[in-house]
Design a protein. Sequence first.
Length: 228
Amino acid sequence: MTDTPPQAAGRPIRCVVAGGSLVGLSTAMALSRRGVEVTVAERSPAQAVGGGGLGVDVALLREATGIDADPPVLHGIDRDGTAWHLLQGWLEEHAARQPGVSVLRGREVVTVTPGDEDRNATVRTAQGDSFAADLVVGADGARSTVRATVDPAHEARYAGVLLWRTLVDERAMPRNVTSSSPPASPWPAWQHRPACRGAHCRQPDQAGTASRGCTLTLATMTQASRGT
């Protein structure tokens, strides 16, 4: 980190982040710590009330965002886990309090006009907003509008991976599924099968605890042929 905020023509650098999910919000806070003025444009009008489980590198999250508070995760012997909507909401709350960060919901980025040495880039939304930016960050998913601007020839293709996800009661899991971990551990190790990889971990409830004893189970199936 530098103590001198970056400047553009005698003013702070202005950045627009398309997408207010985990990557977009973390990037916004990381840039704001360097003195960049950041506007986050998120197309969803309200926070989600549900989401799948995911692993979290808490140390990396703190290093990137500068947030010292504990995120809503359950700590395990080999990894920390949370639910997507809990972490997204937590990040958004902190981003909204961060100086230099503005989070705008209900703003869908539809066009990005690249800039040059004489003019800024321009970001426009379906709602009629127009933002001038020295830097545009695309965190708007697989069908990214920003990516299409930078690389119009890029075509997203199916990678041949099918992901099945479900949430089950921890007490309903067969004993042999969790037997690969120490009895006291709530974090079973990865399970491997031919053409399949699965994991299961405890997922926090809405309050950020495991009081309901829920386990998130994932199984990834890959196609036999890479050419299809």
